[in-house]
Ligand binder design. Structure first.
Ligand SMILES: Cc1cc2nc3c(=O)[nH]c(=O)nc-3n(C[C@H](O)[C@H](O)[C@H](O)COP(=O)(O)OP(=O)(O)OC[C@H]3O[C@@H](n4cnc5c(N)ncnc54)[C@H](O)[C@@H]3O)c2cc1C
Length: 486
């Protein structure tokens, strides 16, 4: 029998993690397997991209990952780059919130913006009425009845509009560049529904959880987030090293469609430099955004076009470095912007403070986000105007003067999936439909079961698992599925 051939479409973290899992198992099980990875861009990594210039380590996309989700740290260990891990230093003044044109410290402690101590209710961000409304959470009946609902509706009914708009939404929906009222509770923060069920109140739940928190989430020290010294792109580079030359990675190659052969295999049509080609595979893992997966899968099942209904939002990041001598005297690692606050910037991280290894001591490095759900106008500006908008707001807020040492704009077009109400069921349905129509084809990635890097790693590994089983290949004796430790 000829070698089995698997094609992975998309070389972001999901696709590369799937590839590594397949390679490991093939080696351990002594199975002949060929792997082709198809990537439309000129580089691998997808949303993970690090610029290393002028002594700076600037993330264009993600800047860290949650330490408590094991798939991230496990992959780092498996790639032998554990020594590269940088845990986030203990909070230095926390985060600020832009409120009525001023930077106000986010009250501490909070859990996702929900006060986790009575002290956190006393903040200029809440009026007396707003604070009393938040306290009503202690006595209100349950809001979550077991069905999915919008995150915003759930939070507003428990905690009131003020707290949600000024604290909770910027923290939670900010991760998705989304709007709390449009996001699914169960696909974004299901732990809040569980918390309400268990404690009858989010305030009580946040306070209790804080007291019960384990000392060392993810075995990486006390830090909730980790990154890599040379930037998250190191992860991608190591994955590529671990995959090549065993896997063939085809850059500048776009997958166009997948169809089934009469023999139950799959034909993947690709185009590169104007030339069409066909790859025949026994299994296909599709890790591109949902709107890009839809046309690829249409021939296998017309229902796949419904994947286009998963909305994606565009955003941009602007990194700017100034001499540290100009650094403003504010404490903290950056600021969040509530949606009702007039602002060009939607969030800002002072990278040189949050991650001191990213800049030399004499440099103050910040990164700002522009554009989120419902606030996309600024993204229509040409590059120089977009950068100017960010600079002018930073100068106004921090009193900065003079020319920056470095600026870098990265546009992320249709980059952030918005998990709407019912997302979980929808995805489960789509996966089932695809399984029925084409059991050797599977979908994975940020559009489906979590947008965080560890979620994507896990999805890639699970997809590899699915395809491995479809190919009826023997699992190595010590294989543990979907956790990268096989
Ligand atoms: C600005 C920003 C900040 C973020 N911050 C964080 C953070 O701090 N922490 C965190 O955990 N997560 C963060 N995320 C989310 C996280 O980075 C992404 O969800 C994750 O990297 C997505 O990985 P993926 O492999 O699923 O998709 P992608 O990275 O999008 O990879 C998909 C790949 O498919 C390719 N492709 C598309 N169509 C085709 C086609 N037809 N043929 C071939 N190839 C195709 C694309 O070019 C791309 O390389 C952030 C995201 C962004 C945009």
């Amino acid at each position: 029998m000829t070698d089995r051939h698997v094609v992975i479409i998309g070389a972001g973290i999901t696709g590369l993690s799937a590839g590594l899992q397949l390679r490991r198992w093939a080696e351990q099980a002594g199975v002949a397997l060929r792997l082709s990875i198809i990537e439309s861009d000129e580089r691998v990594g997808g949303k993970i991209r690090t610029y290393r210039e002028q002594g700076l380590v600037v993330e264009a996309g993600p800047d860290s990952m949650l330490a408590r989700k094991p798939a991230g740290p496990a992959l780092v260990r498996a790639l032998g780059i554990e020594s590269e891990i940088v845990p986030m230093p203990p909070s230095r003044g926390g985060v600020h919130v832009l409120y009525q044109g001023r930077l106000v410290p986010m009250p501490m402690p909070t859990m996702l913006g929900i006060p986790a101590d009575w002290r956190a209710l006393r903040t200029p961000l809440l009026s007396t009425g707003g604070m009393l409304r938040t306290l009503a959470d202690l006595v209100l009946p349950r809001v979550w009845k077991g069905e999915d609902m919008s995150l915003g509706r759930f939070l507003r009914r428990r905690l009131g509009d003020e707290l949600v708009t000024r604290l909770a939404e910027p923290m939670m929906a900010g991760i998705y560049a989304g709007r709390a009222d449009d996001l699914s509770l169960l696909s974004t923060f299901p732990q809040l529904a569980e918390m309400e069920k268990r404690y009858g109140s989010l305030l009580r739940g946040a306070m209790r959880s804080r007291r019960q928190q384990p000392a060392s989430p993810g075995n990486t020290g006390r830090s909730a987030f980790i990154t890599l010294r040379g930037g998250l792109q190191t992860l991608v580079e190591r994955l590529v090293e671990a995959l090549q030359p065993w896997a063939a990675i085809h850059l500048n190659t776009r997958a166009l469609e997948i169809s089934q052969t009469p023999g139950g295999r799959y034909r993947v049509t690709v185009t590169s430099l104007g030339q069409r080609n066909t790859l025949v595979a026994d299994g296909v893992i599709v890790t591109v955004p949902a709107y890009a997966a839809a046309p690829l899968l249409r021939k296998l099942t017309p229902a796949a076009t419904r994947l286009e209904t998963i909305a994606y939002v565009s955003t941009a990041t602007v990194a700017i470095a100034y001499p540290a001598s100009m650094a403003p005297p504010i404490e903290g690692s950056g600021f969040l912007v509530p949606r009702d606050e007039p602002s060009f910037i939607t969030a800002c991280t002072i990278l040189s403070r949050k991650w001191p290894h990213t800049a030399p001591e004499d440099v103050w490095l910040v990164r700002c986000f522009v554009g989120r759900a419902g606030q996309q106008d600024a993204l229509r500006l040409p590059d120089p105007d977009l950068i100017r908008g960010v600079r002018e707001q930073l100068e106004g807020l921090f009193g900065l003067r003079g020319r920056p040492l470095f600026t870098r704009l990265t546009r992320w077009l249709r980059a952030m999936p918005q998990y709407g109400v019912g997302h979980r069921e929808f995805v489960a349905q789509m996966e089932q439909t695809l399984r029925d129509a084409a059991p050797g084809v599977t979908i994975a990635g940020a559009g489906y079961h979590g947008i965080g890097i560890p979620d994507c790693i896990e999805q890639g590994q699970r997809a590899a698992d699915t395809i491995w089983k479809h190919l009826n290949l023997p699992l190595p004796a010590d294989a543990s599925s979907a956790d990268g430790t096989a």
